[in-house]
Design a binder for this molecule. Structure first.
Ligand code: GUN
Length: 299
């Protein structure tokens, strides 16, 4: 028996991309050029290749320019930094994304640190992270911003709600907690050392699971009516006779859906929103960098 409403990330993402396409067209009319996103991929990790290809395709579909830089696994740190500096200086590039993880011999933070914060559409530079913590305007990491958009669409005001974020990564957990705090939630960040996680989660009106452990959050951890956002994308081992295992989230969906008020599915929940928000951040950065007005509620 399912009681939860399903939060349709695909539909949310399509709506957001349509809005981005309108803004990209008006940006082009006003500035005389397309907004541009540069994506840098080092090495040949198949999953990252799929993401990067998808990003490029969706960027072009939204009427923006896509610049893909595919570098060999053996790329040296100084060459990667030189590319980032070149993109910083390129007026056709409004957003720069260096696909993570980088190969082990490269220093991820040192590379990210060199991205001009005004082009940091991933929201990962120290400047962007600081702006988020201080409540100043800036660019916010895509996955947590997508989660927040879906939560606000579902719940309206989040003020005073108890939110539990499971996971403390730089890409998701930490910025998610900051965004929820800015919406006046009472925020708990839980992680692998948290004592009695089920009890902590049972208090939550909002649960954001971003740990990367398949079905870790059990159905009986969910407070009746809570809103569950599942950021996890985990592939289970294949069943006999099957080539690929099933994709599941960090939440036991079937069980949680019996108690939750609303829940995101995997796939089709948070995933599609991440790229849509990346495109949103790019068109926002393009406007700001060109000195063009973009009202806060435009997108
Ligand atoms: N790898 C997985 N997710 C992301 C993301 O949001 N940004 C970057 N740069 N790399 C990623």
């Amino acid at each position: 028996m399912t009681v939860a409403a399903i939060i349709d990330g695909k539909a949310h993402a399509a709506q957001l991309r349509a809005r981005v396409a309108e803004l990209a067209a008006s940006f082009e009319r006003k500035s005389g050029r397309k907004a541009g996103l540069a994506v840098v991929l080092v090495g040949d990790d198949p999953a990252s290749q799929v993401y990067v290809r998808n990003k490029g395709k969706k960027t072009v579909e939204c009427g923006m320019a896509s610049f893909e830089h595919l570098l060999p696994e053996a790329t040296r740190q100084e060459d990667l930094i030189a590319l980032v500096e070149k993109l910083n200086a390129d007026p056709a590039v409004d957003g720069i994304l260096v696909q993570l993880p980088l190969p082990d011999h490269l220093d991820e933070q040192a590379v990210v640190d060199r991205i001009n914060p005004d082009k940091d559409v991933d929201g990962l530079t120290p400047a962007s992270t600081g702006r988020l913590a201080l409540g100043l305007p800036g660019l916010v990491p895509c996955t947590p911003l997508g989660c927040l958009m879906m939560l606000k669409d579902r719940l309206g005001s989040l003020s005073g709600l108890d939110a539990v974020v499971i996971g403390r990564s730089i890409l998701v957990g930490k910025p998610m907690a900051q965004l929820l705090l800015a919406e006046s939630c009472t925020v708990t960040i839980a992680h692998s050392r948290t004592k009695d996680l089920p009890e902590v989660v049972r208090r939550a009106d909002i649960i954001v699971a971003a740990v990367g452990r398949p079905k870790m959050v059990m159905g009986d951890w969910i407070k009746p009516g809570a809103t569950v956002i599942d950021v996890g994308i985990n592939r289970l081992p294949p069943e006999p006779g099957k080539e690929k295992g099933k994709l599941v989230g960090d939440v036991d969906y079937d069980e949680a859906a019996k108690t939750a008020g609303a829940i995101t599915p995997v796939p089709g929940g948070v995933g599609p929103m991440t790229i849509a928000v990346l495109l949103r951040n790019t068109v926002v950065a393009a406007h700001r960098n060109a000195g063009l007005e973009l009202s806060a509620d435009a997108i």
